[in-house]
Design a protein around this ligand. Sequence first.
Ligand code: PNS
Length: 163
Amino acid sequence: MNTLTAICPGSFDPVTYGHLDIIARASKMFGRLIVVVASNGAKHCSFTPKERVEMIEKCTKDLNNVEVIHYDGLLAEYAAQRGASAIIKGLRAMSDFEYEFQMALANKKLNPNVETLFLTTASQNMYLSSSMVKQIASMGGDISSFVPEVIKQDIMDRIYIKK
Ligand code: PNS
């Protein structure tokens, strides 16, 4: 195992099996992986940052080199503070690419010492997104295939609108 630190940022509103697959794979590639719950100005979140951190912690408790934090500033600055050499992102399809490419270039400009690395999403998670999970949960659907059992009830309690 190398001694490098990487950060894995996202809204994680909520974390899904898609994110968790990327986190588990990245944790094998780096000495330390910091999962950063960050703000995406374009998204309104259903869970508070603290709740999102707690849900990820519940799902990653067996990964010893993974730390989960909330950070409200610029990711490039946080990467510099922690001496991280890489930002890890999952790529699902071409539709993700342009947005991710722009962010990678902006982060490189802000912090030339950090590289953005893209991991391809596992094929079974290609279609999976937090917003899809929330839509299914809001209608009382079964989200067991999309999120771990340990956070399923947290999500249903917040999202399911009983009629
Ligand atoms: O899961 P998301 O919503 O696609 O993640 C986007 C996120 C949160 C990683 C991105 O918006 C971000 O890095 N926010 C932190 C603030 C920042 O650094 N913005 C400039 C990015 S170029």
